[in-house]
Design a protein around this ligand. Structure first.
Ligand SMILES: [Fe+2]
Length: 245
């Protein structure tokens, strides 16, 4: 298997390109922007993209999705349980001031435990809620490799303090889904440097004894999704109203 990845878009998302060495068929994960760079990398690899996977419904992971789909004809797949948040993708593009682009149409929804295959590439869908309700990681057991989305990073974890984030779900995801994998599993996160499960088990400050309990205590006073959305949207509403006057 050939794996290449590049940082793309306004939030430096890791966009991965996986190529089957027998057929040159490929999978792209999280096309978060910089369409020309992604297409150039695909051409350099002489790859034919057959599938586009999105780890979760946040705008920064899909900015180049529509263009990539148009250029390659590959279907776009999203975790089924993130379908609700996907309905707000147009709003996310607006709030992030992503102009002249639209989110891609989703062709296929993915479920926990499902396998997606292209050529000799086979990835298992692992539901990893917490940062978003339906977010998924893509696991290649035979390759000791996981694409973690925004759930686990080198020395950090996904932000649960976002609309529809959930701290307890994230804790379960980290302990039940990631920390049960072998230490030598290579982790390609949604942002930042790659790592391994063993390294994070040993060094990640969020996985140290007692840290979860401290954070759980702080969670008691955190505003919920409804209040967070109000805080984001109300200033925009009032600025629109005053602009009309
Ligand atoms: Fe995210």
């Amino acid at each position: 298997m050939i794996l290449d990845y590049l940082k793309v878009g306004p939030l430096d998302v890791n966009c991965s390109i996986l190529v089957c060495p027998n057929s040159n068929e490929a999978i792209v994960i999280d096309p978060g922007g910089n369409e020309e760079d992604i297409l150039a990398r695909i051409a350099a690899l002489d790859a034919r993209v057959k599938l586009i996977l999105i780890t979760h419904s946040h705008f920064d992971h899909v900015i180049a999705g529509a263009r990539l789909k148009k250029e390659t004809g590959a279907p776009v797949c999203l975790p089924k349980k993130d379908r609700g948040v996907w309905r707000l993708m147009g709003l996310q593009f607006k709030l992030a001031k992503i102009e002249g682009k639209k989110p891609p149409h989703i062709d296929r929804f993915l479920k926990e435990g499902e396998k997606v295959s292209v050529g000799s590439l086979s990835l298992e869908v692992i539901h990893t809620p917490g940062h978003s309700p339906g977010g998924c990681a893509f696991y290649m057991k035979d390759e000791n490799l996981i694409f973690a989305g925004d759930s686990l990073y080198r020395d950090s974890v996904g932000n649960w303090q976002v609309p529809f984030g959930n701290f307890e779900d994230l804790v379960r995801t980290l302990h039940d889904k990631f920390m049960t994998l072998p230490d030598n599993t290579r982790v390609i996160p949604g942002h930042g440097e790659e790592t391994t499960i063993g390294r994070e088990r040993e060094h990640n400050p969020f996985l140290k004894p007692g840290r979860i309990e401290e954070l759980r205590e702080a969670e008691r006073t955190r505003p919920g999704t409804f209040r967070m959305l109000l805080a984001m949207l109300l200033p925009k509403f009032f600025s629109l109203k005053s602009a009309k006057k």
